[in-house]
Design a protein around this ligand. Structure first.
Ligand SMILES: [Zn+2]
Length: 67
Protein backbone atom coordinates (compact mmCIF):
# COMPACT_ATOMS: atom_id res chain seq x y z
CA UNK A 1 0.00 0.00 0.00
CA UNK A 2 1.32 3.48 -0.80
CA UNK A 3 2.29 5.77 2.04
CA UNK A 4 -0.55 8.15 2.88
CA UNK A 5 0.26 11.76 2.06
CA UNK A 6 0.80 13.95 5.07
CA UNK A 7 -0.93 17.31 4.84
CA UNK A 8 -1.71 20.07 7.25
CA UNK A 9 -3.42 23.40 7.55
CA UNK A 10 -2.46 25.99 4.90
CA UNK A 11 -0.70 23.51 2.63
CA UNK A 12 -1.43 23.87 -1.09
CA UNK A 13 -2.55 20.57 -2.59
CA UNK A 14 -3.36 19.17 -6.00
CA UNK A 15 -6.41 16.96 -6.43
CA UNK A 16 -6.98 14.15 -8.92
CA UNK A 17 -9.58 16.30 -10.68
CA UNK A 18 -9.13 20.04 -11.23
CA UNK A 19 -11.73 22.55 -10.11
CA UNK A 20 -14.44 23.63 -12.54
CA UNK A 21 -12.57 26.93 -13.04
CA UNK A 22 -9.61 25.02 -14.51
CA UNK A 23 -7.16 25.47 -11.65
CA UNK A 24 -5.85 22.61 -9.61
CA UNK A 25 -4.28 24.12 -6.52
CA UNK A 26 -6.21 24.18 -3.29
CA UNK A 27 -5.38 25.63 0.06
CA UNK A 28 -6.24 23.49 3.07
CA UNK A 29 -8.25 25.80 5.33
CA UNK A 30 -9.55 23.31 7.85
CA UNK A 31 -8.42 19.88 8.98
CA UNK A 32 -10.73 17.74 11.05
CA UNK A 33 -13.31 15.06 10.45
CA UNK A 34 -14.05 17.14 7.37
CA UNK A 35 -11.41 18.80 5.22
CA UNK A 36 -12.07 22.28 3.93
CA UNK A 37 -10.32 23.55 0.82
CA UNK A 38 -10.21 26.91 -0.88
CA UNK A 39 -9.46 27.14 -4.60
CA UNK A 40 -6.38 29.33 -5.05
CA UNK A 41 -7.66 30.64 -8.38
CA UNK A 42 -11.32 31.54 -7.86
CA UNK A 43 -11.49 31.42 -4.08
CA UNK A 44 -14.40 29.01 -3.93
CA UNK A 45 -14.48 26.84 -0.85
CA UNK A 46 -15.41 23.18 -0.67
CA UNK A 47 -15.69 20.76 2.20
CA UNK A 48 -15.52 16.99 2.15
CA UNK A 49 -15.08 14.14 4.60
CA UNK A 50 -11.44 13.31 5.35
CA UNK A 51 -11.94 9.84 3.86
CA UNK A 52 -13.00 11.31 0.50
CA UNK A 53 -10.23 13.89 0.60
CA UNK A 54 -7.59 11.19 1.12
CA UNK A 55 -8.89 9.38 -1.96
CA UNK A 56 -8.98 12.52 -4.11
CA UNK A 57 -5.69 14.03 -3.05
CA UNK A 58 -2.97 13.73 -5.68
CA UNK A 59 -0.02 15.52 -4.18
CA UNK A 60 1.17 18.28 -1.90
CA UNK A 61 2.30 21.27 -3.97
CA UNK A 62 3.44 23.61 -1.21
CA UNK A 63 4.08 22.65 2.38
CA UNK A 64 3.04 25.39 4.74
CA UNK A 65 5.77 26.68 7.04
CA UNK A 66 3.33 27.54 9.79
CA UNK A 67 2.32 25.00 12.37
ZN1 LIG B 1 -11.59 27.42 -8.76
Amino acid sequence: MPEPLVYKLNDIVEMKKPHACGANAWKVTRVGADIKLSCTNCGRGIMMPRFDFNKRLKKILVVSETN
